[in-house]
Design a protein around this ligand. Structure first.
Ligand SMILES: C[S@@+](CC[C@H](N)C(=O)[O-])C[C@H]1O[C@@H](n2cnc3c(N)ncnc32)[C@H](O)[C@@H]1O
Length: 355
């Protein structure tokens, strides 16, 4: 998923830097602003035990699958509904279930009625986030997954795998420049492709991993960690507004929505890390609260906090240093990029070895 602040292209830089500092081999890795979970996934693949957390529910869903899931899925509760499972083997069960979902009859549910042109035609705002067909496919799949869960036909692990497969694939056919803060006026090429579920694969790793959906400060007050990795938002773009569609598909809770973009209320999910007036205070409180042996922080040279402010706050806990790497800017939309003179930024990895 193309995600604001994704560290997909910085994974090796992160691992290399962390391995220069952390002397212990089998440390627990805590990715506490996890987003897509890509960093935790990388460390899970390297056989670490991983703890993951994010404020957004869609991120929790992704991480429950990519981090929390670590054993095979059998879908044995679906045998009578999907007889093809009887002839498959453990390597094909996931695809068999997704194929069944791909063939469902379409439904006119919440996504169609509020985010597709057919469903919104006579409303105050006509919206074009998805084609009519993809919105109806999404509703049918989402409703089926929830039905299976409520009838206890799938396990929690299977539920989060199926939901993640839906979120990843619906994102590929969204008619947006990248994030959900706005939709395009004409359907782009990728948006007219049919929604097709493909498996959101996860690593089998025999540790018990933990996944939370908390404000980071609340979590910091009640947990202890070995290596904490912090990747907070760097600027004023709230994730809850930019990914409201994924939140609604993940929760499927018929929220009240408003305005041209059909935004759900996100007053409870506004992050202090996106507010110039709050960020230093919140970061400082977080750093002083965290119970960990090492704390690492990703931040760039255009973030709301300056290098000096971060250094000052982190050095209060112990021995501080910083790694850096040049990095290509996230291309969210053209108008956003027009405001920037440089195409690249410097990504910093600050750290403190806690005393
Ligand atoms: C820069 S992104 C993380 C990107 C992630 N490392 C990746 O590569 O996908 C920042 C994340 O912090 C989350 N976040 C913001 N404020 C938070 C808070 N107070 N507590 C927990 N998570 C928060 C956002 O929802 C967002 O997913």
């Amino acid at each position: 998923m193309n995600y604001i602040g994704s560290k997909l292209k910085l994974l090796q830089f992160l691992e290399k830097s962390i391995s220069q500092v952390v002397t212990e081999k089998n440390y627990r890795f805590s990715d506490l602003f996890a987003g897509t979970g890509i960093v935790g996934r990388y460390f899970k693949e390297k056989w670490h035990q991983v703890t993951s957390n994010d404020l957004q529910y869609y991120s929790y869903v992704l991480n429950k699958n990519y981090i929390g899931n670590h054993t095979d899925l059998y879908f044995s509760g679906l045998l009578s509904e999907i007889p093809d499972l009887l002839v498959g083997d453990v390597n094909s069960y996931k695809s068999i279930v997704l194929e069944y979902l791909n063939r469902l009859s379409w439904e006119k549910g919440f996504i169609y009625k509020n985010y597709a042109p057919g469903g919104t035609k006579w409303q105050e705002f006509e919206r074009m986030y998805f084609t009519d067909a993809n919105a109806m496919r999404c509703d049918a799949i989402r409703q089926k997954i929830e039905h299976w869960k409520s009838k206890k036909l799938i396990t929690e692990n299977e539920y989060f795998f199926l939901l993640t497969s839906l979120l990843e694939n619906i994102d590929k056919v969204a008619n947006t420049a990248s994030v959900y803060g706005a939709f395009l006026k004409n359907f782009k090429k990728s948006a007219v492709q049919s929604l097709r579920l493909t498996p959101a694969e996860f690593y089998l790793n025999d540790h018990d991993h933990e996944v939370f959906n908390s404000d980071i400060l609340d979590l910091a007050k009640s947990t202890s960690h070995d290596v904490v990795y912090l990747d907070p938002p760097y600027n004023e773009r709230q994730y809850s507004a930019n990914y409201h569609m994924l939140e609604t598909i993940a929760k499927y809770d018929n929220p009240k929505i408003k305005g041209k973009t059909g935004l759900r209320d996100y007053s409870e999910q506004k992050s202090d890390y996106c507010r110039k007036s709050e960020v230093k205070k919140s970061f400082s409180e977080l750093i002083s609260t965290l119970n960990a042996k090492y704390i690492f922080l990703s931040y760039n040279d255009e973030g709301l906090m300056s290098l000096d402010e971060i250094r000052e706050i982190m050095s209060r806990r112990g021995e501080y240093w910083v790694f850096e790497q040049k990095y290509q800017r996230f291309k969210a939309d053209k108008s956003e990029n027009r405001n920037h003179k440089q195409d690249s930024v410097i990504e910093y990895l600050h750290y403190v070895v806690v005393k």
